[in-house]
Design a protein around this ligand. Structure first.
Ligand code: SAM
Length: 305
């Protein structure tokens, strides 16, 4: 029988509940949707790579304001969009309404999804589950809710890429809790195979997303105001330390070639990951009474009429 993925390497025991609620506050800070909207292309590319078919049941985990959810709904899939920040789900709902797409929005913790085993044909998470404090548990949840033969589609920033390095810079100024696994570990082939390889066929494609802003200063202003982890890092520092962090972040941008016109166009490396689930992939969860299946109404509907 297949075994669940091995526990995350942690030097010290983690108080996961406290960390989880702090992370929730972090992602609720600023307004991630402003940055999220710029990343729409990643969700579209992932859904193409998954070769979604009309009527497939798709779960978007840690969906933010719904990039991958919208992309899947445009393929006539039956989409449930989840996140643990209600305001981001509301932002996703507004986008779906504007595009006249039908999507269900539900609050959910990626590490305790409120759905039954094998409920979905496809589970996706674009730069989402990589931020959970217990990666093995998050991976198990994706595998559990996906039917055998179904697919899991992920995008994860790499440690050496622009966003992986952004987190390294921020971590030098505001150290994370000891023992918390780095989100960028999800951006390595070895960790992905460790998490999913025993229960699915893992295909990994390196890709780039280009962060385009009017200037490096403009990028910094947007991330400082709206991107929760950067917003919170600045908010917790005194002015001289804020200036040092700002200088290091602008220094990071300088590591990539600049267009000659003063604008910023930094390619950020990420991995596009597709896991095709094997028979017997699901590790049933025994403890959660809230789990449920989709209603007939949710499973028979094309959002494009
Ligand atoms: C970088 S954003 C990505 C959002 C979206 N998938 C996208 O591509 O724009 C990370 C998201 O993960 C969500 N998140 C982080 N940890 C989570 C958890 N344990 N459960 C649910 N959502 C989580 C945050 O609220 C945030 O919306």
């Amino acid at each position: 029988m297949n075994q669940p993925a091995s526990p995350s390497p942690a030097a010290v025991p983690l108080a996961l509940d406290g960390i989880k609620s702090r992370q929730q506050q972090t992602w609720a800070a600023g307004d991630y949707s402003v940055v999220g909207t710029t990343l729409q292309l990643v969700g579209e590319r992932l859904c193409e790579a998954l070769d979604l078919r009309a009527g497939e049941r798709v779960l978007d985990v840690a969906a933010g304001n719904g990039n991958a959810s919208l992309a899947a709904a445009r393929c006539c899939c039956d989409v449930v969009s989840t996140d643990f920040v209600p305001a981001l789900l509301e932002a996703g709902r507004a986008r779906a309404q504007a595009d006249r797409l039908t999507i269900d929005f539900e609050p959910a913790d990626a590490e305790a999804l409120p759905f039954g085993d094998r409920t979905f044909d496809v589970a996706v998470s674009t730069f989402g589950v990589m931020f959970t404090p217990d990666p093995a548990r998050a991976a198990n949840e994706l595998l559990r809710v996906c039917r055998p033969g179904g697919r899991i589609g992920l995008t994860t920033w790499t440690p050496a890429g622009f966003i992986g390095q952004l987190f390294a810079v921020v971590g030098r100024h505001v150290p994370p809790p000891p023992g918390l696994p780095s989100p960028a570990a999800w951006g390595t082939r070895a960790r992905l195979v460790e998490l999913f390889g025993s229960r699915g066929v893992v295909t990994i494609t390196p890709r780039e997303f280009v962060f385009r802003y009017r200037s490096p200063q403009h990028w910094l202003e947007v991330f400082r105001e709206f991107y929760g982890p950067v917003h919170r890092a600045f908010a917790g520092l005194e002015t001289p330390a804020q200036e040092a962090l700002a200088a290091d972040l602008l220094g990071l941008v300088e590591l990539w070639p600049r267009p000659g016109d003063g604008t910023m166009a930094v390619p950020a490396e990420y991995l596009e990951v597709i896991v095709t689930c094997r028979e017997g992939n699901a590790t049933p969860r025994r403890h959660d009474e809230r789990r449920r299946t989709l209603s007939p109404d949710q499973t028979r509907r094309c959002p494009i009429r």
